[in-house]
Design a protein around this ligand. Sequence first.
Ligand code: GDP
Ligand code: MG
Length: 177
Amino acid sequence: LHSEGSNNDYLFKIVLLGDSGVGKSNLLARFARNEFYSNSKSTIGVEFQTQKMEVNGKEIKAQIWDTAGQERFRAVTSAYYRGAVGALVVYDVSRRQTFDSVGRWLNELHTHCDMNVITILVGNKSDLKDAREVSTTDGKSLAETQSLFFIETSALDSSNVNAAFQTIVKEIYNILC
Ligand code: GDP
Ligand code: MG
């Protein structure tokens, strides 16, 4: 599933999944460009971004795919999933409904990809402390029952954004390489 590049490096395709508005595009914008958009324009036009990373002294290219907003129409295509070795399934800690959708996203992922696509559950918008509708405990326990990695992030204040991508890339490397 992973393809080896010319310089003994690796290319991992990783997909972002989750309901519209949870912050997928902003997680990618924060990670790849250290940018944040208070509106949702960041989604438009970006298919994927490739980010160089290092794991165990090896150069990894993480090719991170963002939906172009198709998730609003439940029309994320199979091309989006094709060849993915990792997934970030994102919900918004301030909107319970987005957490309730996680199961549906996992089903969708597993109908298109291998069962063992490495997945991290990401509770985004941890900065919205007063508006929280999903506790850290609930996030953790869902992750445990579904055998997912788990992290809470904020694309707004940057917390854990790099860690989320580092974790998934490291785990992919450990399992596949
Ligand atoms: P997407 O539809 O999942 O790609 O979500 P976007 O990245 O477009 O974000 C949707 C909205 O949530 C935008 O208004 C963002 O500014 C906002 N947003 C994204 N991440 C965060 C975050 O970590 N904290 C807060 N407070 N807002 C965020
Ligand atoms: Mg988006």
